[in-house]
Design a binder for this molecule. Structure first.
Ligand code: GLU
Length: 415
């Protein structure tokens, strides 16, 4: 079994793209390293009066094309290597959809569900305060990721603004609407996944109504993807969260599943189908598999048993390189994360632009602009994959890397 870390995986993907691009060894070497890495301690007063110290990170992978951009993750399994990989993927993602940002990522090693709301607020504000030297609307703009949400962004925005002495909405995106968030941002990642799934089905000549879809993960991205694809007429045959999943070959009702989740806090145990584990879910009979949870889900162990013919990566890094090779041999279509889930950062860009201009757009305007960026990016990735005879992942990475390398070459190496 592969012992590669997620950082090894990110490097391997870069190396493959660099080879196909015939990238100069110097620029390639620059891009193999994060620009700066900050590790912080986050001392937090707990409700019982004790103090716990959490470990946090913020990594800037590259800033050649603009301020760095990327989410903040709260999860017990966060490591520096993981944050470095996620930051690198943000660089390629922003360049691929051609928004003027570099790549960053942050994280805290914590289970947010195990903290009270007050503890979470104190921890988030202290983390924000520790990474303050790195963030700012013209430097580095965080956003939500796994385990964080609008409220956490509001606390970070408030902490930064209080230190500055005035409101700085553009320091984070994915904020609540009441403090400068954008219409459409909360559903944006899922909406992008929906546009890409529809484009893929159309390209393959497959009907949307006949597509049976399985979604792994029921957080912001997974739950909204289920809802949006069901609205388009797809049949959702299985869904899951960390506890496990539910499968019904006749189709699940997203509406009822959401109601169950509101009451039970999980969709595991929802009685609209049979219970399945997360591992079983990945191998269910379906047409489209959408991993929308953690990295490293599709491996050389299970890749042969994946029954879907299309995989749309809503999560970052769900497929290990060995699984990628197996999928290529088997002729599966794998739409890579940096394309499939780029809707989130694209609308983050719209949010930042609106904040800087203090002029806000309608949701229709946001969704229309998102759609045209996602569809154009899909077409360019597909075109390059066909021309260069590479996978869609390598094509997407090539497009991103090429734009970053061009900016780097044009600016020149300091000093
Ligand atoms: N966390 C999201 C991602 O991985 C969004 C990042 C952002 O909006 O800056 O793409």
């Amino acid at each position: 079994m592969s012992t590669d870390t997620v950082w090894d995986v990110a490097l391997r993907q870069l190396d493959l793209a660099a080879e196909s691009l015939k990238l100069s060894p110097g620029v390639h070497e620059v891009l193999r390293h994060p620009r700066r890495t900050l590790e912080v301690s986050v001392p937090t007063r707990m409700d019982d009066g004790s103090i716990r110290v959490f470990k946090g990170y913020r990594v800037h992978h590259n800033t050649s094309r603009g301020p760095s951009k990327g989410g903040i993750r709260y999860h017990p399994s966060v490591t520096l290597e993981e944050i470095k990989a996620l930051a690198m993927w943000m660089t390629w993602k922003c360049a691929l959809v051609n928004i003027p940002f570099g790549g960053a990522k942050g994280g805290v090693v914590v289970d947010p569900g195990a903290l009270s709301a007050a503890e979470l607020e104190r921890m988030s504000r202290r983390y924000a305060s520790e990474i303050l030297p790195l963030i700012g609307p013209e430097k580095d703009i965080p956003a939500p990721d796994l385990g964080t949400n609008e409220q956490v962004m509001a606390w970070i925005m408030d902490t930064f603004s209080t230190r500055e002495g005035f409101s700085v909405p553009g320091v984070v995106t994915g904020k609540p609407l009441s403090i400068g968030g954008s219409a459409g941002r909360s559903q944006a990642t899922a909406r992008g996944v929906m546009y890409i799934t529809l484009a893929t089905l159309k390209h393959l000549g497959r009907s949307v109504e006949e597509a049976r879809v399985v979604v792994q993960g029921y957080g912001n991205v997974g739950a909204n993807t289920v809802e949006l694809l069901a609205d388009q007429g797809c049949m959702i045959v299985a869904a899951s969260d960390v506890h496990g999943g539910v499968y019904n070959p006749g189709g699940l009702s997203p509406h009822r599943m959401n109601r169950f989740k509101q009451e039970a806090g999980t969709i595991f145990g929802y009685e609209g189908g049979e219970r399945v584990s997360n591992a079983e879910l990945l191998e269910l009979d379906c047409d489209v598999l959408i991993p929308a949870a953690l990295e490293g889900q599709l491996t050389e162990e299970n890749a042969d048993r994946v029954a879907a013919s299309v995989i749309v990566e809503a999560a970052n890094g769900p497929t290990m390189p060995e699984a990628d090779e197996i999928f290529t041999e088997r002729g599966l279509t794998v739409v890579p994360d940096i394309l499939a889930n780029a809707g989130g950062v694209t609308v983050s860009y719209f949010e930042w632009v609106q904040d800087l201009q203090a002029y806000y757009w309608s949701e229709d305007e946001v969704n229309d602009r998102l759609r045209s960026i996602m569809e154009a990016s899909y077409v360019s990735v597909l075109g390059l994959a066909e021309d260069a005879k590479v996978s869609m992942r390598t094509a997407a990475t090539m497009l991103g890397v090429d734009r970053v390398a061009a900016a780097h070459r044009t600016r020149g190496l300091y000093p």
